[in-house]
Design a protein around this ligand. Structure first.
Ligand code: NAP
Length: 372
């Protein structure tokens, strides 16, 4: 399988690039012309440098050169768009340009490659489970309706999904809309490209006003280590390529789904693993969905908040709502078990907790029998 991949330098893209060779997946990364202040692509990903093409997802046909389109048409099987503006407190205009125009451009690129080559090419768009806005309960892998609670970021991801559903016509490339859960670092090393607002919960532990965390009873935290998400995404792309043509975009939840821990469970496991890592303990205060959504969506109207704090407050809704992302469609595509990260692993990654020290038997052989 060969992919035209955007967002290679991001949290999810980095993980895809890391595991691709083990899976026999080849990657052509689309890299922006100008990336001021960032490590040059060739230095960060030396093994992919020679394969890269230049472009920008905000431009028509992603700004790809004619020669690159010809070359890609003859070789890639899927256009995988992991580029995104992921600033939860970003401007609506920027979010729209990257997330919505980028999705539209991705479909045009896949269409063009399919037209030029006559081969079947699929289009994969990384959406977000947060496109669900304020929806509660069991959330199906189906198109979502309008919702007054969406933040600008959530709205942009929802609009992108709608745009793909609107554009898709018979004979078009098949579309996989993969709604991604919140991502933590690598499950083995903890390495993370960015620290999203869930990490800010850990960083702001000692600063939370009143030491309280408002959350619905039964609120869940749907997160995955980034390598787990990347592996399952590649499995789903392979599954879509194996299956027959689809009349409509396929929507899946790339998430922990029904296996996601509750916020209470996650925090208690973290405390049990390393009590000395936490200062004063937080109190989880039961709140209604309306309260969690209102606070996370409107606090900045009344309080002077820095962008980092705005991101953190928005993040409250990602740990404070009681809902479950269904994964039936994901199971149909993925040939193997669905992601099932242990609560202990998630707590360790989120709070950067040390590995447990295994007790060693004391030298006194008389005592060591009691430790067996
Ligand atoms: N991480 C999460 O917790 C999470 C949760 C749910 C959904 N998602 C979705 O999953 C996708 C990947 O997220 P991520 O966390 O990996 O993102 P990320 O770490 O913020 O990285 C964003 C990536 O997009 C690229 N990019 C941004 N604007 C671009 C443009 N105009 N043209 C081309 N590339 C552009 C960036 O490239 P540069 O290196 O050039 O800046 C970077 O590689 C996004 O669609 C996001 O909405 C992520």
């Amino acid at each position: 399988m060969k992919l035209l991949l955007t967002g290679t330098t991001g949290q999810l893209g980095t993980a895809v690039a890391e595991i691709a060779p083990q899976r026999g997946v080849r990657i052509v990364p689309l890299v922006r012309r100008a990336r001021p202040g960032q490590i040059p692509f060739g230095r960060a990903f030396p093994s992919l440098a020679s394969a890269q093409v230049t472009g920008d997802v905000r431009e028509p046909l992603w700004g790809l050169a004619e020669a690159d389109l010809d070359e890609l048409a003859g070789s890639v099987d899927a256009v995988v768009n992991l580029a995104g503006d992921t600033n939860w407190a970003g401007s609506g205009r920027d979010l729209y340009a990257v997330n919505v125009l980028g999705a539209r451009g991705g479909h045009e690129v896949a269409r063009e490659l399919q037209r030029r080559s006559g081969r079947r090419i699929v289009h994969v768009y990384a959406s977000s489970i947060f496109a669900a806005g304020g929806t509660l309960g069991r959330i199906a892998e189906n198109p979502l309706g309008p919702d007054r609670h969406r933040t600008a970021y959530e709205h942009s991801k929802w609009l992108a999904e709608r745009e793909l559903e609107r554009m898709h016509t018979p004979g078009d490339p098949d579309v996989l809309i993969s709604r991604v859960a919140a991502l933590l670092g690598d499950s083995r090393t903890g390495a993370t490209r960015r620290r999203n607002s869930l990490y800010l919960l850990a960083e702001r532990w000692d600063e939370l006003p009143g030491r309280v965390l408002p959350a619905m009873r039964g609120a869940k935290v749907d997160v995955l280590p980034r390598d787990t998400a990347a592996g399952t995404l590649l499995d789903a792309v392979a599954g879509l390529l194996r299956s027959g043509p689809r009349r409509e975009p396929v929507i899946t939840h790339l998430s922990a789904g029904e296996r996601a821990p509750t916020i209470r469970g996650l925090l208690e496991v973290a405390r049990a693993l390393s009590p000395q890592s936490f200062g004063k303990w937080l109190r989880i205060v039961p709140a209604s969905a309306e309260q969690v959504l209102w606070l996370s969506g409107n606090a900045e109207r009344y309080l002077p908040l820095s962008p980092a704090w705005r991101n953190s407050i928005i993040g409250l809704r990602y740990i404070g709502l009681d809902r479950v992302m269904e994964r039936g469609r994901l199971a149909e595509l993925v040939d193997g078990p669905l992601p099932d990260p242990s609560t202990e692993l998630l707590a360790r990654l989120l709070f950067d907790l040390p590995e447990p020290q295994r007790p060693t038997a004391p030298a006194d052989s008389g005592l060591s029998r009691f430790l067996a």
